[in-house]
Design a protein around this ligand. Sequence first.
Ligand SMILES: Cc1cc2nc3c(=O)[nH]c(=O)nc-3n(C[C@H](O)[C@H](O)[C@H](O)COP(=O)(O)OP(=O)(O)OC[C@H]3O[C@@H](n4cnc5c(N)ncnc54)[C@H](O)[C@@H]3O)c2cc1C
Length: 352
Amino acid sequence: MIDYLIVGSGLAGIAFAETCIQNGKSIFVLDDHSQNSSKVAGGLYNPVILKRFSKLENAQEQLILLNSFYSSIERRIDAKINFPLPILRKFFSIEEQNNWFIASDKIGLAPFLSTNLLFKQYDGIDAPFGYGEVLQTGYLDTALLLDKFRSYLEENNLFREVTFDYALLESNADGVRYMDIKAKHIVFAEGFGMHLNPYFRHLPLDGTKGELFIIKASGLDLDVIVNTSVFILPLGNDLFKVGATYNWSDKTDQPTEEGKLELIARIKEILNCDFEIIEHFAGVRPTVKDRRPLVGTHPDYSNIHILNGLGTRGVMLGPSMAKALFESIENGIPLEKSCDIKRFDKKKWITF
Ligand SMILES: Cc1cc2nc3c(=O)[nH]c(=O)nc-3n(C[C@H](O)[C@H](O)[C@H](O)COP(=O)(O)OP(=O)(O)OC[C@H]3O[C@@H](n4cnc5c(N)ncnc54)[C@H](O)[C@@H]3O)c2cc1C
């Protein structure tokens, strides 16, 4: 019998798998490539919600863990995936500069917002009001992480490409059984695919579609990430990742004409040079109405767990939420109420 069967190998499933491996637990992972939020993600990590000038909860702790966690994965998969890089907020007015100064004075935000305005000229962008720099930021090459981590699992016979059939799951006091696999616990990390999971589908997972581009812009000279209504992330060779849109009604992962036009309009607000669209991606972020993760153990089955709802912040939240779930299962350390699925009414849950 293995310790953990994990359904899903996006950022959440990988974070839990890595946490198990680091703690000497045996795992097996299933995935069917039905969701691609982690694969297409911008991969940015940023401790500040720039729109509202508020800090993410536990941001500093999450960043410390993030760096050591992804370093450990880099060694395991023998590839560089974590790229620390400044994120610059482009200002459009004096008022925006002033708001930045006020925010950078706030307790909690001071470690993350530089008080020095930047007036560097990047070819391809007019920025007469300059930029504010967010500190301790960067991006993760999520597509490479997914690809390499899956190869690592495959090489060690720890992965099967299959659609999980919920009807075949058996659970008893000792653990769970799924086809030929016996495990002490099962952790569901299916992202937006959770809607098909009868054990957890009553949780309020909303889903927010996002679209992004890879563009080629030889007139743009950028060695940092610029963030306004969209982010522009340099990939090298005149290629840039640009995104993303937010759509709350369309739950498919197909790129749309509407998304394309929106992104083009946003890019034109920032760039004054020509660009060519090389690729256009879309995915559904597993967002939750109260903007908190969905983590915990099923109220009626002590060996069935969930790690989901990472929303727009899978890169930063994945490692810390995986750790919290692991410690709650293994050591009985209670989850923070704000992310524990217990915050939702148990009466609405289906019991088998
Ligand atoms: C356009 C866009 C831009 C984004 N940008 C950022 C960003 O810059 N920074 C950031 O931190 N986050 C970003 N995100 C959000 C981030 O991608 C998510 O928080 C994260 O991917 C969620 O990971 P997950 O593992 O929960 O879900 P997913 O990535 O959806 O993974 C779920 C996995 O489970 C598998 N699965 C589902 N159902 C089954 C089943 N029944 N059987 C087998 N396998 C199954 C799926 O195939 C999939 O591989 C972005 C998302 C999008 C769409």
